[in-house]
Design a binder for this molecule. Structure first.
Ligand SMILES: N[C@@H](CCC(=O)N[C@@H](CS)C(=O)NCC(=O)O)C(=O)O
Length: 216
């Protein structure tokens, strides 16, 4: 199984999710936005789950992944959709198609663009991780530089990357406005994703170039 060391047996009851993810962070429950998104969704939906911190990287070499009723599933979004369908927990059903489209666009911008600038190591690693060198360099960051280069963000200079991140944050802030949640009065799946990423900026990235803007 690529990216997954030795898979240890970890039996859980029927209909209980086994969430494979990185060990807990110091300031956030996970320093990765994606496990934090999935775990937040399961808590919101009242889905029973257990954590496996020993096998964080799944068959596709990424974290998180989950085992559910004997089968393995990768990617937080695919896992979330499968659970939403199985447990009939759709928190976006009250939204119009246009509202759903806007929410999805902001989520993808945040997960695929803003997160990429954050993952490039523009922050203080010791604050973000604080566990061990092996954890920080080998597992949590993986091939962040290679990934950022493949995506394209990693080919820009640091100032340009920071400026791109700031523009994303400005757009996110304007979209949220004074609403309690991104799409209005009720939290949706998209809020779980936004929380997964923004929580890192607020609590796990002290001293980052975005700090002033986040507080402003
Ligand atoms: N689209 C995936 C993204 C997961 C992801 O990129 N996880 C990162 C941690 S933030 C990872 O596993 N990186 C290791 C690597 O790419 O080598 C999801 O939603 O689960």
């Amino acid at each position: 199984m690529s990216g997954c060391k030795k898979k240890e047996k970890f039996p859980v009851a029927k209909d209980v999710v086994l969430l494979h993810q990185l060990d807990r962070g110091i300031f956030t429950p996970s320093i990765s936005p994606f496990p934090l998104k999935l775990e937040t969704y399961m808590r919101m939906a009242g889905i029973s789950y257990e954590n496996d911190f020993k096998n964080p990287m799944g068959p596709k070499g990424k974290t998180p992944w989950m085992t559910f009723n004997g089968k393995d599933y990768c990617d937080s979004e695919l896992c979330l959709e499968l659970l939403a369908s199985k447990f009939q927990k759709d928190f976006s059903s009250h939204l119009t198609a246009e509202e759903r489209a806007i929410a999805r666009s902001f989520q993808i911008m945040t997960e695929e663009h803003l997160d990429c600038s954050l993952a490039m190591g523009l922050h203080q690693r010791e604050n973000l991780v604080g566990r061990s060198d092996e954890f920080a360099d080998g597992i949590a960051f993986g091939d962040a530089a290679g990934g950022a280069s493949a995506q394209g963000m990693g080919r820009h200079n640091k100032d340009d990357v920071i400026e791109m991140g700031r523009k994303d944050l400005r757009a996110i802030s304007d979209y949220l406005g004074t609403k309690p949640y991104f799409t209005g009065e009720k939290p949706t799946e998209m809020d779980c994703a936004m929380f997964g990423c923004l929580a890192q900026l607020v609590w796990s990235m002290q001293g980052s170039p975005y700090e002033e803007q986040m507080k402003g």
